[in-house]
Write a protein that binds this ligand. Structure first.
Ligand code: GLO
Ligand code: MG
Length: 345
């Protein structure tokens, strides 16, 4: 019944459990081994950072990078998987210490663009036309450290350069309001889509909405998704969950707020998301306490929760909904939703 939704995750979602207060607690899993796990877990597509595909890319010439990425493509083909997107990892290199596209140092800004171009080369070799930009360090720790007006102009220049580098590449901005920065530039999908309209090719600018990031911005993830869907700009999602306003938790989808998760699935249904051919991405982390042999359950569980909620969305009595709306009896509608989620209807 739900076969038309297809799912993706990134290799970073199978991880060793290190956090800012303690080291790894599980051994690393080799990339090739992770790739073999996808289908078994119910997933059809791989999300990439550029250096997930080509780990030593900073030491390689462009042609060597493309050759290595082509080998990864063969690995994917062998497993019947596709690449959903590539995201340049601009937040770990020393040159990106104070931001990449919005660094005060022009040499860093130049590096960020060159690195993004290599990420596009990798995307082409992997067979995807989507670049995701999570603008991790584009922001400030203190407001006085940057001219924020210039910073937004630098972002626009960078998007234009990327669009011009490859006439077919599309950019999905993944907004996040904070962490690692005190405040990030382009903190919501509204900001992301607005700047897209100012670029040389607004048709190639869209967004990826992550549940936790919307919650950290104090917004409702399903309404954020609705905003993008209303403009045909929801190009991917990172479903997960978040228990209040704290660090980005990336909990299993639905784990903190089942009803909010239900509404995210509902809005994807209302927006005809599966017919767009785009993937449902899950950006979830295993708990640090999880033992290695079950440290992929957060992924299969998140997918399972999505599919259960999809069934709930599809079986919600439409006549009751219509009647409640006609009567403006939202107390009745609320109870109907709660009872449906509780398995009482
Ligand atoms: C972190 C982000 C991160 C991105 C990934 C792809 O908060 O959610 O996981 O989704 O780097 O851009
Ligand atoms: Mg994410």
């Amino acid at each position: 019944m739900a076969a038309e939704y297809r799912f993706s995750f990134g290799p970073w979602n199978i991880h060793e459990g290190a956090d800012p207060f303690g080291p790894s607690v599980r051994s690393p899993v080799a990339f090739a081994k992770k790739v073999r796990m996808y289908k078994k877990l119910g997933f059809d597509a791989v999300q990439f950072h550029d250096d997930d595909a080509v780990p030593d890319m900073e030491q390689l010439a462009p042609a060597q990078i493309v050759r290595k990425a082509a080998a990864v493509k063969r690995l994917l083909d062998g497993e019947g998987l596709v690449a959903e997107f590539v995201a340049p990892r601009l937040w770990e290199h020393p040159k990106g210490v104070d931001g990449a596209f919005t660094s005060n140092d022009p040499k860093s800004r130049k590096w960020a663009l060159a690195r993004s171009e290599r990420a596009i080369d990798i995307a082409n070799a992997l067979g995807t036309k989507m670049l995701v930009l999570w603008l991790a360090r584009e922001g400030t720790y203190i407001r006085e450290s940057k001219n924020a007006i210039d910073a937004h102009r630098h972002l626009l220049d960078a998007f234009n350069d990327i669009l011009e580098y490859d006439p077919e590449i599309t950019i999905a901005i993944e907004p996040k309001p904070n962490e690692p920065m005190d405040h990030a530039f382009l903190p919501t999908i509204g900001h992301a889509l607005a700047i897209g309209t100012q670029t040389v090719d607004p048709n190639r600018m869209g967004g990826l909405i992550e549940t936790a990031h919307a919650l950290l911005a104090g917004l409702d993830p399903s309404d954020e998704m609705a905003f993008a869907l209303s403009m045909g700009k929801l190009w991917s999602v990172h479903l997960n969950d978040q228990n209040g306003l704290k660090f980005d938790q990336d909990k299993t989808f639905g784990a903190a707020n089942l009803r909010a998760a239900y509404n995210q699935v509902r809005v994807l249904e209302l927006g005809g998301y599966p017919a767009t051919g785009r993937f449902v991405g899950l950006d979830v982390k295993a708990m640090r306490s999880q033992k290695a042999d079950v440290a992929t359950r957060h992924l299969s569980n998140s997918r399972a929760v999505f599919l259960h909620l999809l069934e709930k969305v599809r079986t919600f009595p439409k006549d009751v909904e219509q009647q409640c709306i006609a009567n403006r009896d939202y107390e009745a509608l609320e109870l109907a939703v709660l009872e449906h989620l509780l398995g009482k209807s």
